[in-house]
Ligand binder design. Structure first.
Ligand code: PBG
Ligand code: ZN
Length: 321
């Protein structure tokens, strides 16, 4: 027998020498929830170990992960007031804008990405402007452009539109450029599927749609080829980094985008994927840290350059050196 693959598995040292993929601190993006109208951090009931933070608590919450090498956060603002124009989404003193300023003041070198969407700020919970029973694409663009501009003005390094309206990357890019924000980048949620795996997050952001669903704007789970169309459009419109979301249930899509598109690729390991593993670990079916590491590595192996994960802090502890 000339070939004995097990020779390369004999010791941990050899295994690590021939390991094809590994996680680095700079692969990880940590979601952060900044909540208006709270005086204390509050654990999010549907997402164990994740918290809603008042703005003043954000620097403290990020101290340890930044120390361990965290390079980037994805910031979600959770407002107190919702209305039919999502006016708190683009207010100068809105929750996201205040959080960006606070974080950039404390950690100027930390890359701050802001989620740009309307659902958490709209009284009806949809990601766009509602007209009758429809979502008005082009009216939504106007508001999304205002949101992106206000995040850039507050100091965001990247804006990340997650609404799935057509043409929003192009519109946001031109709005940013016309207002002097030529250095603010766009990470586009390009292939975002209409997924049940967002359940725990919607609970956290109180952003579930009041009527209907998101199937007229988010992608159909049966489609993989269409993801390439969406990603190519976003690249043409000026996206700097593209994204596939969710991650674990769409590893094939991550692979395809990686092979076809010459842009950095992010993948979002979403709240439902996180919650399933937490539940399995809590039930004693498997070890949480092992599941966390193996599944996150699978996203990297599939082709993601960047991984947005609620385990970022835990993973940093494992991979930092
Ligand atoms: C808002 C938004 C959602 C998520 C990120 N931004 C929810 C949705 O589209 O309904 C999901 C994140 C997660 O589940 O972890 N557009
Ligand atoms: Zn939304």
């Amino acid at each position: 027998m000339k070939q004995r693959p097990r020779r390369l598995r004999r010791t941990e040292s050899i295994r690590s020498l021939v390991r094809e993929n590994n996680l680095n601190t700079s692969d990880l993006i940590r979601p952060v929830f900044a909540a208006a109208g709270k005086s204390q951090p509050e654990e999010i009931p549907s997402m164990a170990d994740c918290y809603h933070y008042p703005v003043e608590y954000l620097p403290g919450a990020l101290a340890e992960p930044v120390e361990l090498g965290l390079e980037a956060i994805l910031l979600f603002g959770v407002p107190e007031i919702r209305d039919s124009e999502a006016s708190r989404a683009y207010a100068t003193d809105g929750i996201t804008q205040r959080a960006v300023k606070k974080i950039k003041n404390t950690y100027p070198g930390l890359t701050v990405i802001t989620d740009v969407c309307l659902c958490a700020f709209m009284d009806h919970g949809h990601c766009g402007v509602v007209r009758g029973d429809r979502i008005d694409n082009d009216a939504s663009l106007k508001l999304l452009g205002r949101v992106a501009r206000s995040h850039a003005a507050a100091g965001a390094d990247f804006v990340a539109p997650s609404d799935m309206m057509d043409g929003r990357v192009n519109y946001i890019r031109s709005q940013l450029d016309e207002n002097g924000h030529t250095d603010t980048g766009i990470i586009s949620y390009s292939a975002k599927y209409a997924s049940s795996l967002y359940g725990p997050f919607r609970n956290a952001a109180d952003s579930a749609p009041e009527f209907g669903d998101r199937c007229s704007y988010q992608m159909d789970p049966g489609n993989a080829r269409e993801a390439l169309k969406e990603v190519r459009l976003d690249v043409k419109e000026g996206a700097d980094i593209v994204m596939v979301k969710p991650a674990l249930a769409y590893l094939d899509v991550i692979r395809r985008v990686k092979l076809e598109i010459d842009r950095p690729l992010a993948a979002y390991n979403v709240s439902g994927e996180y919650a399933m593993i937490k539940a399995a670990a809590n039930a004693g079916y498997a070890d949480e840290k092992e599941l966390m590491f193996e599944t996150t590595l699978s996203i990297k192996r599939a082709g993601a350059d960047l991984i947005i994960t609620y385990w970022a802090d835990e993973l940093l502890k494992l991979v930092a050196n």
